[in-house]
Design a binder for this molecule. Structure first.
Ligand SMILES: Cc1cc2nc3c(=O)[nH]c(=O)nc-3n(C[C@H](O)[C@H](O)[C@H](O)COP(=O)(O)OP(=O)(O)OC[C@H]3O[C@@H](n4cnc5c(N)ncnc54)[C@H](O)[C@@H]3O)c2cc1C
Length: 403
């Protein structure tokens, strides 16, 4: 048992914190109100290796492990309480990792160097209008193999992050389609689908009420021809790759919530030390400082769950010490606890601030809006986390929703 940080981890945290506090934190309101992450921030992130750092060095990444990627997510959450940049980062880091792990060397060579340089977007598209939780039941998008080995894709993806960014920067969305309708969850395959300048793709945008710096939308594929070169990994393994990516992304979500909640709590603590009512600072009242103690503890509990999930993932990848289902359990636990913890912390701090807490003078409202994207849906809703946890605790024979 070792709860300490290595020198490398401490140095990486410092690098990301210095960058994020200097270059991102002062611009969060601008990002939220313009619904746009400025190019110079993206370039700056890429320069210090923060754009898909998990991709191997051969393709311009840093070959970073899950724990280091999680540290960066925490620091980005601390700097951007709206959570737009953390979302952008976590999509690139977790799904870039899956792409690097499974795509062919030729496809990686074509896509990844541009992604790691911050010049292309790599997104994930599993959700459809018919639903996101039940991929096996709801996926209608199809990929049909042609006589020459190429593919024809048809179908619609919706509530997908990074549509506008992909149209602007280029890149691909890792798109999950059914390639063998008779094979259940073993009948899915991922393809790299470029959205920009693609005559077979029509895109739409959705207006969100939180973490507005990164766009959400959808796209329809109509008789989209794709060479087999654009298949990601093995035919029929797409569902498994999706589950693996979700687990990674959930650890990163846990970390962004921890970072953002801690930043909000620190801000709140500064305020309650200054603000006086009835002749004393707010901080002197147990009605204020007891909840502060509770939130401080909740943040630490979420942090421990999050880093346990990250550590287990590294142990799985580096030493084969765990199976994916073990890591998925902790990823789900982190995702179940951290967004609610962050929401409750933001809400409490907003109370301490009084009327100012309801104004845009303080960034708390951006956090409240942003973090709800994590508990409502992104990378799986809360009941899906409960389903994963209950399955491990009680057994799939009792908890499978299809039975
Ligand atoms: C801001 C944002 C960005 C997103 N970005 C992406 C993206 O980049 N790529 C992508 O593929 N998807 C993305 N999503 C979609 C996300 O993955 C889905 O929202 C999520 O999987 C839930 O799917 P759904 O919204 O269709 O809800 P549904 O699947 O319709 O579920 C509705 C509600 O019912 C609950 N529920 C479902 N089944 C059960 C059950 N058996 N028992 C109890 N409760 C249940 C769910 O937890 C949810 O609360 C994004 C979502 C948001 C909000």
């Amino acid at each position: 048992m070792d709860f300490g940080w290595t020198e490398e981890q401490q140095m990486w945290r410092k690098t990301v914190r210095d960058f994020a506090q200097k270059k991102i934190a002062p611009r969060v309101r601008e990002i939220d109100s313009t619904s746009h992450i400025p190019e110079d921030i993206i370039r700056g992130m890429a320069e210090i290796g923060l754009w898909a750092p998990t991709v191997s060095e051969e393709y311009g990444g840093q070959g970073m492990n899950v724990t280091l990627a999680t540290i960066a997510a925490e620091e980005l959450g601390r700097a951007d309480i709206s959570l737009a940049i953390p979302v952008m980062y976590l999509v690139e880091a977790s799904w870039g990792f899956i792409f690097d792990r499974y795509a062919s060397p030729a496809l990686k060579q074509e896509i990844l160097p541009k992604v790691t340089a911050g010049r292309a977007f790599l997104g994930i598209a599993t959700t459809e209008p018919g639903g996101g939780s039940d991929i096996e039941g709801a996926t209608r998008a199809r990929g049909e193999k042609q006589a020459d080995g190429s593919w024809l894709l048809n179908g619609e993806k919706l509530y997908i992050s990074g549509i506008k960014e992909s149209l602007r920067m280029g890149g691909i969305h890792m798109t999950l389609v059914r390639t063998d309708p008779r094979a259940g969850h073993r009948g899915f395959t991922f393809f790299a689908v470029p959205l920009k300048d693609n005559p077979h793709v029509t895109t739409t945008l959705i207006e969100n009420w939180g973490r507005t710096g990164i766009s959400t939308g959808g796209f329809t594929m109509e008789n989209l021809p794709l060479a087999d070169h654009y298949r990601i990994g093995e035919e029929g393994r797409g569902f498994y790759y999706a589950m693996e990516g979700f687990t990674f992304a959930r650890a990163l979500i846990g970390a962004t919530c921890v970072g953002a909640a801690e930043a909000a709590l620190e801000m709140g603590v500064e305020y309650i030390k200054q603000r006086k009512t009835f002749g004393k600072p707010l901080a002197a009242y147990q009605g204020i400082n007891f909840p502060a103690a509770e939130h401080f503890t909740d943040i630490e509990a979420a942090r421990l769950l999050t880093y346990k999930a990250a550590w287990m993932a590294d142990e799985m990848y580096e030493r084969g010490a765990f199976k994916h289902k073990d890591v998925a359990l902790y990823g789900a636990m982190a995702k179940l606890r951290a967004p609610i913890m962050a929401f409750e912390t933001f809400n409490e701090v907003a109370n301490w601030l009084g009327a100012m807490g309801y104004s845009k003078e303080y960034p708390i409202e951006m956090g409240i809006r942003g973090v709800r994207s994590y508990s409502i849906g992104a990378e799986g809703g809360m009941n899906i986390m409960r389903m994963i946890i209950a399955r491990e605790l009680i057994g799939g024979e009792y908890t499978n929703p299809r039975q």
